[in-house]
Design a protein around this ligand. Structure first.
Ligand SMILES: NC(=O)c1ccc[n+]([C@@H]2O[C@H](COP(=O)([O-])OP(=O)(O)OC[C@H]3O[C@@H](n4cnc5c(N)ncnc54)[C@H](OP(=O)(O)O)[C@@H]3O)[C@@H](O)[C@H]2O)c1
Length: 325
């Protein structure tokens, strides 16, 4: 089968990825073989190319977010059958899904609801489940009114805005100038151009100097440090890419919390089934049209490396999906 591979331990740049012919994976009794139709591109894909995982062997098949059709089933599996349309977020320590076929342990696989395309299913996995985990696994929403979601035009941010609106929070989001137009369609209550405006000042104005109840930070430690001062009493900061230093900040005096999300960590834990629960919930929201599609570009399998380069250069709003025929 055709696969996009990291050829060797020395390959550390997306320009070194190669499309090669490799064997179709063999499945165990707990695994499913899937013929892939759509795969999602995420920053973690290029970060893994740069950093590799110690458990990888080479050729390593890249990719984590997959949607396709079951073609073979392990003997222990009762809740799926050949022909089922499924989607999942794979384990980054293993070969995965930038390929014509991939295998997955059934614990983290979900069925795609009727009426949802392979492309849309693949577009809410790593990013959508991270947004979902931030809002529905980490936050206490009781009595909360406002949320700041950084990088609202990003894969995580654009789903987080929609999930937060569904819980009736007032949503403030940050974006750069050229992504403002796109993010407007998600109907955040306040858009801050973080390149030209002072985010802390705008948040203070919007909240009458109370501060914001909740923050989802997908952009990094420097911004997370500033986020502490933007939080209201009893507020919570959810970090996706690194926690702020707390040496000079007294969280407890304001009853505040800093919480982290590590989606892929579930693959090594007994809570692995929650990956399929979260994907199923997101699929249902797509089926009920409560989540709108965030796909802005659909590319062919041969263009995945270029798509990853676009992510590196922050050229992407929403999501890039690659299709396989
Ligand atoms: N911990 C986890 O489990 C987990 C899971 C999923 C993702 N992540 C990480 O979360 C991050 C976001 O993922 P994603 O899929 O949303 O990426 P994405 O679609 O590439 O969006 C990220 C966007 O953030 C914007 N940005 C950069 N600096 C910013 C700042 N200071 N303020 C506001 N926006 C800023 C950039 O757009 P502009 O600057 O052009 O506006 C960039 O395109 C990535 O680093 C990813 O690896 C972690």
């Amino acid at each position: 089968m055709k696969a996009l591979v990291v050829p060797s331990k020395e390959s550390r740049n997306v320009s070194q990825l190669k499309i090669m012919d490799v064997a179709i994976p063999e499945i165990t009794d707990d695994e499913i073989l899937i013929k892939l139709h759509a795969v999602g591109l995420n920053p973690v894909d290029f970060k893994l190319v740069e950093g590799h995982h110690p458990a990888w062997t080479y050729l390593h098949i890249l990719g984590l977010d997959a949607a396709g059709e079951i073609v073979k089933i392990g003997a222990n599996i009762k809740n799926f059958q050949v022909g089922d349309k499924v989607f999942y977020h794979g384990d980054l320590s293993k070969n995965c899904c930038f390929a014509e076929y991939a295998k997955a342990n059934y614990h983290y696989v979900s069925k795609i609801p009727t009426g949802v395309s392979y492309e849309d299913a693949a577009s809410v996995l790593c990013n959508g489940m991270t947004a979902y985990a931030a809002i529905h696994r980490k936050m206490n929403l009781t009595g909360k009114k406002t949320i700041l979601i950084h990088a609202g035009a990003g894969g995580v941010g654009s789903i987080a805005i929609q999930l937060a609106k569904l819980t009736h929070l007032k949503v403030i989001t940050t974006v750069s100038t050229h992504k403002i137009g796109w993010v407007k369609q998600l109907k955040p209550d306040l858009i801050i151009n973080y390149k030209t405006e002072d985010t802390s000042k705008k948040v203070a104005e919007y909240t009458n100097n109370v501060g914001v109840d909740l923050i989802v930070n997908t952009v990094g430690v420097n911004e997370a440090q500033k986020d502490l001062t933007r939080l209201a009493y009893n507020g919570a900061l959810i970090t996706i890419v690194g926690e702020p230093k707390l040496d000079n900040y007294d969280l407890s005096s304001m009853g505040q919390s800093v919480l982290s999300v590590n989606l892929g960590g579930a693959h090594q834990q007994p809570q692995i089934d929650d990956l399929s629960t979260m994907a199923a919930d997101l699929g249902q929201l797509l089926a009920e049209k409560k989540l709108q599609s965030i796909i802005t570009k659909t590319i062919s399998f041969d263009q995945i490396a270029d798509g990853l380069q676009d992510l590196i250069e922050h050229k992407v709003s929403g999501k890039i999906i690659a299709t396989l025929e």
